[in-house]
Design a binder for this molecule. Structure first.
Ligand code: PLP
Length: 304
């Protein structure tokens, strides 16, 4: 197994935090390894280990054109000697930096229409992806093997026992679910959904049930207030916040996940959500590979 660095944890200072007398750290999961980093690697780890153990030779997975999960699967395959197939939703786009990188790492890309992409089981049959050599991993990487990897986000934290609140962005909820399984009795997790709607809590609950962990009395909740209109939607307030955060803390965020997470935490702090003395850790889940594509599509909105 490749050596991962223990995640760095960076104390963030700002007048908002000082006024509320809370302490905030950012756990740099984006920097635990040069290439295998972020929550998408945490989620893949036990998939890859099991694939190797079962002598499989291929990872097959699904994603959108700028997907962090597609990028991470391509990296993992290249590093561990597994071939990779990425089934991509939408048209072939040679200017897309995520897909260029994935292809350069040897991932075989197959483009399918949005309509066809919706029915994964049908796709698996049609493209004859099922074979004893292949491990098929769902879009976003959330499956049962993803949970123990994400529990390690909590277990490997330099602050592990001293945290009151773990805060993490949620797309499928798999990362939050894995982390929840590792909480101790005094700790609470808040998942910040990056999608519009109120169903993230049920998704996390589903993951916990699969793990047989649903009945344990872990303390967690989902905040649905900081999606900025939906997945990958944003506005100038979010961009300004991210540019300021980069300037003041020297930590780059991405507009889809960690930007919304930190914006939400700052807003809750300003509204007095956390009691004085609260110790909060925000997980930097990575996703910076997507910035090149974002800047390309949006004329360099971010001052990175
Ligand atoms: C995918 C992703 C998330 C969300 O993870 P889920 O397990 O799908 O909830 C958060 N942050 C980043 C950077 C991601 O790429």
């Amino acid at each position: 197994m490749e050596q991962l660095k223990a995640p760095q944890i960076i104390r963030v200072n700002s007048p908002v935090l000082q006024d509320a007398q809370v302490a905030l750290w950012v756990q740099r999961e984006d920097a635990i390894h040069e290439r295998l980093a972020g929550n998408k690697w945490r989620k893949l780890k036990y998939n890859v280990l099991d694939a190797l153990k079962a002598k499989k030779t291929r990872l097959v997975t699904f994603g959108g054109a700028y997907s962090n999960h597609i990028a991470a699967t391509a990296e993992a395959g290249a590093i561990f000697g597994l071939s990779t197939i990425g089934i991509i939703r939408g048209e072939r786009d040679l200017s897309n930096p995520t897909l260029q990188k994935a292809a350069s790492l040897g991932m075989q890309l197959q483009y399918v229409s949005r309509a066809a992409y919706r029915d994964k089981n049908q796709l698996i049959q049609e493209l004859q992806l099922e074979s004893t050599d292949s491990m098929i991993i769902p879009e976003g990487g959330t499956n049962l093997r993803a949970l123990p990897g994400c529990a390690e986000i909590v277990r490997s934290s330099p602050l592990a026992q001293q945290v009151d609140y773990w805060c993490v962005a949620c797309g499928t909820g798999g990362t939050a679910a894995g982390m929840i399984t590792a909480l101790d009795a005094k700790q609470k997790l808040i998942g910040f959904s990056v999608l519009k709607g109120n169903w993230m809590e049920a998704e996390i609950q589903k993951c916990l049930s699969l793990q047989g962990d649903a009945k344990k009395r872990h303390k967690w909740s989902v905040n649905n207030e900081y999606h900025f209109g939906g997945y990958a939607k944003f506005d100038q307030r979010l961009i300004d916040f991210m540019n300021n955060f980069k300037k003041n803390q020297d930590i780059p965020l991405d507009p889809i996940y960690t930007g919304k997470l930190l914006f939400g935490i700052y807003d809750l702090v300003a509204k007095g959500y956390f009691k004085p003395g609260a110790r909060i850790v925000a997980i930097h889940t990575g996703g910076l590979q997507g910035l090149a594509g974002f800047q390309q599509r949006n004329g360099g909105l971010l001052d990175y």
